[in-house]
Write a new protein. Structure first.
Length: 189
């Protein structure tokens, strides 16, 4: 299986009024997504955020758990957060992966909407098994990434549908569900 990376995009994303904004980082997204990424052997978890104010908050949280009292107090949290990298934008994220692997990653992303390049989880899982290029899974915050940005990616995973009519999962839940669908043990066999 190829190396898989994950990115959490805070810009350009939509707000509830479908205006392009930069979303704020949440402490839960940093911790919980890092823990899920480690569970599924994700190489690096990139927090993609252009705001220096927000980057200071992110760095303060990471430093607390990676070099501060939190490292001694909770080594499991330190282990989970050790794969987190902070970058300004998607381009910098891709560049980091290319420097590390020598290859441009195939970019898969997610959305609650469908696009012309939407693929099923079955096909995406098969792609992960045979692909030699690294894979970057991108998740948008807010109400999803800007449409024009989405069109530039290689694949967009089909929306997650539950049994109810409500369809607005928090990104932490979406990450956990999607990583299990793509990388979890094939329980159905």
């Amino acid at each position: 299986m190829t190396s898989v990376y994950l990115g959490l995009v805070h810009y350009p994303v939509y707000n509830r009024n479908m205006e392009v904004v930069t979303s704020s980082v949440t402490n839960f997204d940093i911790h919980d997504i890092a823990r899920t990424c480690n569970t599924y052997a994700i190489k690096n978890y990139f927090i993609i955020h252009p705001s220096t104010n927000q980057q200071e908050i992110i760095n303060e949280i990471l430093n607390y758990w990676n070099v501060g009292y939190g490292k001694e107090c909770n080594p499991d949290r330190n282990q989970a957060l050790s794969i987190v990298k902070l970058v300004n934008d998607i381009t910098e994220c891709v560049s980091n992966i290319q420097k590390e692997t020598g290859q441009l990653p195939i970019i898969m992303t997610t959305d609650a909407r469908t696009y012309s390049n939407t693929i099923s989880y079955k096909l995406a899982r098969e792609e992960l098994l045979v692909q030699e290029q690294p894979i970057l899974l991108l998740f948008g915050t807010g109400w999803g990434m800007q449409d024009s940005v989405m069109q530039a990616f290689d694949y967009i995973l089909e929306p997650i549908y539950g049994v109810g009519e409500y369809n607005h999962l928090c990104v932490r839940s979406a990450v956990a569900i999607i990583l299990d669908r793509l990388l979890g043990s094939p329980w159905w066999k």
